[in-house]
Write a protein that binds this ligand. Structure first.
Ligand SMILES: [Zn+2]
Length: 234
């Protein structure tokens, strides 16, 4: 981060997973105070919501959980309905995994910006990443920059000049291995391995790289990234 924000506060979008938890630690290091927001949207597994709550409790970060479970009635994703096969293609496109939730990140960022404005915070932090993920259009840097511009236009009053929302994406260009290295630099590697849950199946089985079923795409990515991290950086 080029500018210092050590006198300002941040709101981190959190899910109890590796990415958002690494972002929480990153925000704690870079901002004066950190708040968190998580989303309940009818995921098959309540485990990730519970993980987000437990993680924020441990870090003494206040967490606001927003219920947006209406989303499952509006869009298609195998997080909500249909095939349990996480490797299947999405109904929208053969290029996109069935786990994709259309418009999710735009909704998340809009709601997070709304809450941030209410509590007087202008910095949002999200763990989206363009490097390792294929097909998730709303994880791309160009989408985040566009969302930031749109959110600021939405409250662009001519008679006042509020400081605009800034969306930080510390993981945007990192591989999974580099993300583990960032966790090591932030002093939270053990916490990330032991406390976070990324598995699509909500499986809590423990491995060297963390908890999960070891078979879904998220677990495979995490296990592969951890192995690469150990080989390159340890
Ligand atoms: Zn898994």
């Amino acid at each position: 981060m080029q500018q210092s924000y050590s006198n300002e506060e941040a709101l981190v979008l959190t899910s109890g997973g590796q990415d958002s938890t690494t972002c929480l630690f990153w925000a704690v290091k870079n901002f004066k105070a950190v708040h968190a927001v998580s989303f309940f949207y009818g995921q098959k597994h309540a485990a990730e919501i519970e993980a987000a709550g437990a993680i924020c409790d441990k870090l003494k970060i206040d967490l606001k959980t927003l219920d947006i479970s209406f989303l499952k009635d509006l869009v298609r994703s195998n997080l909500f309905q249909g095939t349990p096969d996480v490797n299947a293609a999405h109904a929208l496109s053969p290029e996109v995994p069935s786990s994709f939730v259309p418009y999710r990140n735009l909704l998340f960022l809009t709601l997070a910006a709304a809450w941030a404005g209410t509590i007087g915070v202008r910095h949002l932090v999200t763990g989206v990443c363009e490097t390792d993920y294929s097909g998730y259009a709303d994880c791309r840097d160009v989408f985040i920059k566009s969302a930031q511009a749109t959110l600021n236009l939405a409250v662009d009053f001519h008679d006042t000049k509020p400081q605009g929302v800034v969306i930080h994406t510390p993981l945007m260009w990192l591989s999974k291995a580099e993300e583990f290295r960032l966790a090591q630099e932030l002093g939270c590697l053990d916490f990330i391995i032991n406390e976070t849950l990324t598995c699509y199946n909500g499986d809590g089985t423990r491995h060297e790289w963390g908890k999960g079923c070891a078979d879904c795409p998220a677990c495979r990515l995490r296990a592969k990234g951890f192995l690469e991290f150990k080989q390159k950086y340890e």
